[in-house]
Design a protein around this ligand. Structure first.
Ligand SMILES: NC(=O)c1ccc[n+]([C@@H]2O[C@H](COP(=O)([O-])OP(=O)(O)OC[C@H]3O[C@@H](n4cnc5c(N)ncnc54)[C@H](OP(=O)(O)O)[C@@H]3O)[C@@H](O)[C@H]2O)c1
Length: 349
């Protein structure tokens, strides 16, 4: 029987996913480094659990024994993806994660040849970042095959989980990133602003270094890519004002202070907030002849969507659909994959 393991199971997003998996009658194995927390969750859900650290290479490989796939949920992934992916390559286990970190996508892409040789699929970004936006990017490319520029954007309700906030804090000092001429290009934070109608009327949005800068290029081949997030004026102005202070934001002292504040807060949105929440995505592709296509997606709140897309990908993998090598969601399952998620709708302008 094929089965999968959820690593970092005691984290906010992994716990949501494990609970939903059990509600669907699945029996994933829960894993992580925190014995008490992982064992407690496993006991509550009636699941098997395994404890191992990512720093212990032999234990990590033993921990993956017998699995078809791992859903890796222990982030920030800049610290964890490499160890887990290399253990997956060694043990023939398909690798899925919920990263949104550009550097992680790029480092996993560099393992493409090894993954193909091992018959292993590496599919990072099976959550809110990047399943809906990647499917939207591929859909826009399908609508305008001559596209040379791609702009993607999102607007969501609600707040971040601790893990997301920590990952964002770790990247604060790095500024922004876009793709220009096919090359990942560093730009200042909040580099460009534009007014975007995500589907609820026009709002201001600014560029952010989001995962699609890495993945949408692999999915579409479009050489120029920017990603926008809807913001109110205050965070946009603050982001710009902090540009010269990258060295300070990246300092150990400031990082420690910000992370302590995050840990003192709630783990993530409450169930009620998630149920009330929503997410909107917008994408625009243009070509050199001045043609332009715009499409939008609307769907559930970001963490709910992450749980649903992760389980949808796992469903495909366990039924044998796991093309070896580095994949993006749309490369593996097509631009319409996201439409299988309950509550997701796509509109073409
Ligand atoms: N792409 C998306 O749309 C999306 C959506 C949701 C979350 N995320 C990302 O997923 C990650 C987790 O988010 P979350 O909100 O679930 O975080 P969380 O509640 O803080 O949980 C993090 C989990 O990762 C584990 N972990 C962290 N570093 C580890 C390491 N070095 N070795 C082993 N385990 C480690 C933690 O274990 P301990 O308890 O032992 O510390 C915990 O189980 C974040 O990076 C977040 O940005 C992305």
């Amino acid at each position: 029987m094929s089965n999968y393991l959820i690593y970092g199971a005691n984290g906010y997003t992994a716990t949501l996913t494990a609970r939903e998996a059990v509600a669907r009658g699945q029996r994933p194995i829960l894993a992580g480094r925190n014995t008490a927390a992982v064992a407690a969750l496993a006991a509550e859900l009636g699941l098997e659990h395994r404890i191992f650290s990512l720093d212990d290479a032999p234990a990590l490989r033993t921990g993956l024994a017998g699995m078809t796939a791992v859903l890796h949920c222990a982030g920030p992934f800049a610290h964890t993806a490499k160890a887990m992916a290399s253990a997956c390559l060694d043990t023939g286990v398909h690798y899925l994660d919920i990263t949104g970190e550009i550097s992680v996508f790029e480092s996993l892409f560099a393992l493409d040849a090894k993954a193909k040789a091992a018959g292993v699929m590496l599919l990072p970004g099976v959550g809110f970042d990047v399943v809906p936006s990647d499917c939207l990017a591929a859909h826009l490319k399908r609508r305008l095959p001559t596209a040379t520029k791609l702009a993607l954007g999102f607007q969501t309700s609600g707040r971040f989980s601790r893990g997301t906030a920590t990952t964002m804090v770790e990247n604060l000092h790095r500024g922004g990133a876009i793709r220009r001429g096919g090359v990942l290009t560093h730009v200042p934070a909040a580099w460009q602003s534009r007014t975007i109608d995500f589907g609820r009327g026009p709002v201001e949005a600014m560029t952010i270094p989001w995962g699609d800068v890495a993945t949408a290029y692999r999915s579409t081949g479009i050489p120029d890519i920017e990603v926008y997030v809807a913001t109110s004026p205050r965070p946009r102005l603050l982001t710009k004002a902090l540009r010269p202070f990258g060295w300070l934001l990246g300092s150990r002292l400031v990082q420690r202070f910000l992370k302590r504040r995050i840990q003192a807060g709630p783990p993530g949105p409450t169930d009620e907030e998630r149920h009330r929440g929503w997410s909107l995505l917008w994408g625009e592709a243009t070509d050199d002849a001045g043609r332009r296509v715009v499409s939008r997606l609307r769907g559930p709140e970001g963490y709910t969507l992450t749980m649903l897309t992760s389980l949808a990908v796992l469903g495909r993998v366990l039924s044998g659909q796991a093309p070896p090598g580095f994949q993006t969601p749309s490369l593996a399952y097509g631009p319409d994959f996201v439409l299988e998620i309950p509550g997701v709708e796509r509109m073409d302008e």
